[in-house]
Design a protein around this ligand. Structure first.
Ligand SMILES: [Zn+2]
Length: 229
């Protein structure tokens, strides 16, 4: 597991970019621990408005199956996404690391579990947490940026919206994609959008049907955590 991001809230409702100090009860970095110890009230980062869970589908069978179940396939405009990402990074004062090789890297966001992310992860627990907090408002498949992967399934969780009726597909996702082992999981706490909304992204890669997961991802009130299984 990589280093865990400091749990303090910064930049409006964003998350501190520093690593949390090992053994700090609040999981704060040196700066925020110092603020707290000096008597300042340091708020912790909270729930995002939107959580996007993305599964890299490295199996054509899965893509075709989900499309058959009614999950829409949406084409995407990489150039528009890159310029939007660059503009947003500039607005929040961070370097826009626009790269052509991955959904995984979004350098304007904070990698909650450090750059390496988590290995051999179960997403089942995280989905139960997300279900208890949000509704599924959208589910679609789009082509992947990364040529190694065929496509990406995106599940969008949000507060207080009418759920989309993709029940059959969602059940399938829960049982097969969520209930097994993902080799790589990266969680990004992105800085607030121009309209103030906060979006967290969970990127999952390398679905390993035969492997046993070692960690369970949990929402943990928006801070995210990984529990040993
Ligand atoms: Zn901090």
């Amino acid at each position: 597991m990589g280093s865990y991001a400091c749990t303090a809230e910064t930049d409006g409702r964003g998350r501190c970019r520093n690593s949390g100090l090992e053994g700090d009860g609040d999981g704060f970095c040196a700066f925020h621990a110092h603020e707290r110890d000096g008597g300042k009230e340091v708020a912790k980062a909270g729930l995002a408005d939107v959580v996007l869970v993305r599964f890299n589908l490295n199996n054509r069978r899965w893509q075709d199956h989900l499309i058959q179940l009614g999950v829409p396939y949406k084409d995407r405009d990489f150039d528009a996404e890159n310029s939007k990402h660059a503009a947003h990074a500039a607005v929040v004062g961070r370097s826009a690391d626009v790269r052509g090789n991955g959904d995984v890297a979004k350098d304007s966001g904070v990698p909650v579990f450090g750059k390496p992310g988590l290995n051999r992860v179960s997403l089942h627990e995280a989905f139960l947490d997300l279900f208890a907090t949000y509704e599924v408002v959208d589910m679609h498949i789009k082509p992947a940026r990364n040529a190694r992967f065929m496509s990406v399934l995106v599940v969008e969780f949000k507060h207080g919206c009418v759920p989309q009726s993709t029940d059959a597909a969602f059940k399938e996702v829960l049982e097969k994609l969520v209930g097994s082992c993902w080799e790589y999981v990266h969680v990004w706490a992105n800085p607030p959008q121009a309209d103030g909304r906060v979006i967290h992204t969970v990127n999952s890669g390398h679905h390993e049907e035969a492997e046993e997961p070692k960690l369970a991802l949990r929402l943990n009130g928006g801070l995210w955590s990984a529990e040993k299984i």
